[in-house]
Write a protein of this length. Structure first.
Length: 265
């Protein structure tokens, strides 16, 4: 097998692996996002009580934030080596799969439960009465507004991220990976953090704009901090890709991806 053929196989595998990582974490984030957890309780600290928009807020976050940072950093890596076209392909495909997932969940929660399943799960671990079918539906069946808001926010966030990343890549060249990756994420998530809540809970729900601003601000603060903390991981990923593809080949891919993105801007 020729050296060029081996490189092409490695390149294809890398793209498939990154797309799989991107897609899997996006879908998991959507599924687990229904759970709200306390960041302060996780860290063992007192409630933050941040004064925002006339009230004091704590860091109560959707569990989906655990996986979304992986999506952000994977998006930047795909952009670095496969350009805007590669990111847009997987972003549109992921949006379609998210919509498909919600349809499948709605169909599943509409199925009549088996009586024995209800009986053997009639009590929780503490012996309290429980309706397992009601719990299943409450966890997995999210509202139409959340679904629409999530998909729209995801696509807007990804389009902004890839555009800003390419804009910064044009001005920084191959240097300052942290700047284009973190900068694009911070800006795109500023929009994403408010769009999903605005559509899901203001347009389709009964939240006020003040509540949207409050919760959106908390979400963005968290995402911004995580984006900064994950910067070293980006450099580790680049190092591993250089080792896998060969440093010269990896740099050539990055330059070609950048050139293709510049012509598309």
């Amino acid at each position: 097998m020729s050296t060029n053929s081996t490189f092409e196989q490695k390149k294809q595998f890398l793209f498939l692996f990154l797309c799989g990582l991107f897609l899997t974490n996006a879908l998991i984030a959507e599924i687990i996002g229904v759970k709200i957890f306390s960041v302060e309780a996780l860290l063992g600290t007192a409630p933050a009580q941040l004064p925002l928009f006339g009230t004091k807020l704590d860091f109560n976050m959707s569990a989906g934030v655990v996986n979304w940072p992986v999506v952000f950093i994977t998006s930047d890596i795909i952009n670095e080596y496969f350009g805007k076209k590669g990111v847009r392909r997987i972003s549109y495909l992921t949006a379609i799969f998210i919509a498909y997932m919600y349809i499948a969940i709605y169909a599943t929660t509409s199925l009549p439960p088996a009586q024995f399943w209800l009986e053997v799960n009639s009590k929780d671990s503490l012996g309290n009465a429980m309706n397992i079918d009601g719990a299943f539906n409450a966890i997995f069946r999210q509202g139409l507004g959340i679904m629409i808001g999530s998909i729209i926010a995801f696509l807007i966030g990804q389009i902004l991220d890839v555009t800003i990343f390419s804009w910064l890549r044009r001005r920084t060249g191959s240097k300052h990976i942290w700047l284009r990756a973190t900068g694009s994420t911070l800006f795109s998530q500023l929009i994403d953090s408010f769009v999903v809540i605005f559509i899901a809970f203001y347009v389709f729900g009964n939240w006020s704009m003040t509540q949207v601003a409050q919760v959106g601000s908390i979400n963005y603060i968290y995402k911004g901090v995580v984006a900064l903390l994950m910067t070293p991981i980006l450099y580790v990923a680049h190092y591993l890709i250089d080792q896998y593809l060969g440093k010269e080949n990896a740099h050539q891919m990055a330059n070609e991806a950048a050139a293709a993105s510049f012509t598309a801007v």
